[in-house]
Design a protein around this ligand. Sequence first.
Ligand code: NDP
Ligand code: MG
Length: 398
Amino acid sequence: MKRKRVVVLGATGSIGESALKVAHDIPDRMEIVGLAANSNAAKLAAQANRVRPKAVCLVDESKLGELRGALEYQPRIFSGENGLIEIACLDEAEMVLVAVVGTGGLRPALAAIEAGKDLAVASKEILVMAGEIVMKAARGKGVQVLPVDSEHNAIFQCLDSQRQRRTPNAERPTPNEDRDVRRLILTASGGPFRNTPNEQFESITMEQALRHPTWNMGPKITIDSATLFNKGLEMIEAHWLFGVEMKRVEVVIHPQSIVHSMVEFADGSVLAQLSHSDMCFPIQYAVTWPERVPNSLPPLDFGKLSKLEFATPRYDDFPALNLARRAGEVGGTLPAVLNASNEIAVAAFLAKQISFPRIWQTVEEVMDRHSPVAQPTLDAILRADQWARAEAAETLRR
Ligand code: NDP
Ligand code: MG
């Protein structure tokens, strides 16, 4: 059995930490050869001193002195946005785990594909923004795009086990072509405000929104889980990853976060994937795929699971889902606009500048003002992203 040599982009974040745990847990199967972060020099150095990757990268060049001072050995050091691209193309690496919050991982991901690396993608934002481009580039190069997002990893597992076929993404028929798949059903915890009456939404505080009932994640995705934009982004992510039309991607509320998603087949049978809500499960599957290996993660104790509940989302109270469906159906540059305006609005909410409902109001206003470009090039997507950020900031100033 071979160890997979992995570069982790976004190492100091929540997913990055889980990836380090997985590498520690299955040392015969995973070796971390590169670690990259934005500006947290102290944490990156501590991780590197522990794991001893061949290379590290810090995007924020002003913190390089701090990084060098804290390192106890001499790895190759990259820096700046270009450094992130260079470490993603590291000769020693076979796989790049993209776990940078937001869209900063897009260019490094495309460069890694070009260099022949497989991708494990946690950063759903890059698939929402440029899913068609990423998947096309991966097919062209014959490399894998393995989903780390728990729902997509679950769907990937259900599709895999159904077919008993170990062919890579690139050669496998997409569920669209493969008429045996009827629906992809994404589960959503519903976030902390699943049962909150909408009259109370105006007074929701940042602290309340950061208290997620089932998952422990970075701040941006935690707010996205509270507005349900996270699930909206995931609908578009699923559309691109699995080549399924938006109308066949559905959402169901499942507060326990034990069933991570489901696939309904043509005969009406539904397969689901279950585990505790710990991102180590999907990260490990992405790394060891197509094999499964033992680990030290806790198994489910069905005697202790009191219940698994399912419900229809409150579409009228949480407009994010319909906005995302619209963006995914229109396609072109509109998903990038939804994603970018959401990032700006979430940052403003985290800075306590706007109310909770202002997040989706801002996204809707910016989407309404956008004239989508069909079949956009990467440049057109990046322009739409920049336009939406400026437009959202302007909307929030007014
Ligand atoms: P965190 O906020 O915990 O961590 C973000 C990481 O990205 C940090 O390492 C940060 O470095 C780094 N980073 C931020 N900006 C840049 C940049 N411009 N260039 C390079 N690195 C950067 O986020 P999460 O780990 O929660 O999420 C990461 C991604 O994974 C997101 O896209 C999220 O949607 C997705 N995801 C997360 C899940 C989770 O359970 N957390 C579940 C499913 C998907 P620094 O520390 O130096 O700032
Ligand atoms: Mg998810």
